[in-house]
Write a protein that binds this ligand. Structure first.
Ligand SMILES: Cc1cc2nc3c(=O)[nH]c(=O)nc-3n(C[C@H](O)[C@H](O)[C@H](O)COP(=O)(O)OP(=O)(O)OC[C@H]3O[C@@H](n4cnc5c(N)ncnc54)[C@H](O)[C@@H]3O)c2cc1C
Length: 168
């Protein structure tokens, strides 16, 4: 691991792994930091996704598909039901495997991935974000980057550390 990267990605969810992969494919140095021990776990998601949406980024693979979805059913409190038939429309994912596979594509493209690394602050240089502070194995560390991508999900704190309004 280096002290300085072109890009640091905070969070190894789908957004983080895709950002890390596409950046690494352009030949820049990328470090992705994930607070949990395992990428993709714990799962906090219903795991339903459209086939077209996912295939824009990764070819479908049975190992991360729990079920195929062809219809949606809306059920009202009065018992009425509306069924929408989409045909070959979507999947219920195995997010644990899916997220791991996305992170693997980022690693294959050259991104370094560090888990159990909880990002808890930003570094600033002349008012500009220049890296992150993170905790790993009880130790506080710092790593620098030209660009920091906050892909830390719905409970994102990176914007707050930067003094930005949190839009989530
Ligand atoms: C209950 C629930 C049900 C859902 N159901 C569906 C569904 O059926 N279909 C669908 O398409 N979407 C669903 N979603 C939404 C979907 O889960 C999100 O849109 C998707 O996970 C967003 O991806 P992301 O990469 O932005 O964030 P996340 O998947 O949230 O990934 C963020 C990552 O950042 C890490 N992280 C956070 N803070 C830090 C930090 N400080 N330092 C280091 N790492 C950090 C987290 O551990 C996590 O791994 C659901 C969400 C919830 C909560």
């Amino acid at each position: 691991m280096k002290n300085d990267y072109d890009i640091i990605v905070v969070g190894a969810g789908p957004a983080g792994s895709m950002a890390a992969r596409f950046a690494a494919e352009q030949g820049v140095s990328v470090l992705m930091l994930e607070k949990d021990r395992d990428v993709g776990y714990p799962v906090r998601c219903g795991e339903a996704i459209s086939k077209a949406g996912v295939e824009e980024f990764i070819p479908s693979d049975d190992k991360w598909i729990a079920a195929k979805i062809s219809k949606f059913s809306f059920n009202a409190p009065d018992g009425s039901e509306a069924i929408i038939d989409f045909g070959d429309a979507g999947y219920v994912l195995e997010r644990r495997i899916f997220d791991y596979e996305l992170a693997r594509t980022a690693a294959e493209a050259g991104a370094e991935i560090l888990t159990r690394a909880y990002v808890n602050g930003l570094l600033f240089d002349e008012g500009r974000v220049s890296g992150v502070k993170y905790e790993i194995n009880g130790e506080q560390k710092e790593v620098k980057a030209k660009v920091v991508i906050a892909a830390d999900g719905v409970e994102s704190r990176v914007g707050r550390w930067a003094g930005l309004r949190n839009t989530h």
